[in-house]
Design a protein around this ligand. Structure first.
Ligand SMILES: [Zn+2]
Length: 76
């Protein structure tokens, strides 16, 4: 799963986020922006974002939910 938080623009600065899982939430943080945080609930798709002050910086991250695919599989 690749999540793009903003539209791509080659002239702008890109930061790659680190991701971690907290319960139903995937939390993205940026090592270069201490104030940045983006949370996505993978059950409700709810998003909570705490953007940085500089709007020219784009953030993107990817997260592979361990065990999530198997939970959604229903054999038979
Ligand atoms: Zn950043």
């Amino acid at each position: 799963m690749v999540i793009q938080f903003n539209n791509s623009d080659e002239e702008r600065e890109y930061h790659t986020c680190q991701s971690r899982r907290e319960g139903d939430w995937i939390v993205f943080t940026c090592s270069q922006c201490n104030e940045y945080e983006q949370r996505i609930n993978f059950k409700t798709q709810e998003r909570i974002s705490r953007p940085v002050d500089d709007p020219t910086i784009f953030h993107q991250g990817s997260f592979v939910p361990v065990g999530l695919e198997s939970e959604q599989m229903h054999p038979n």
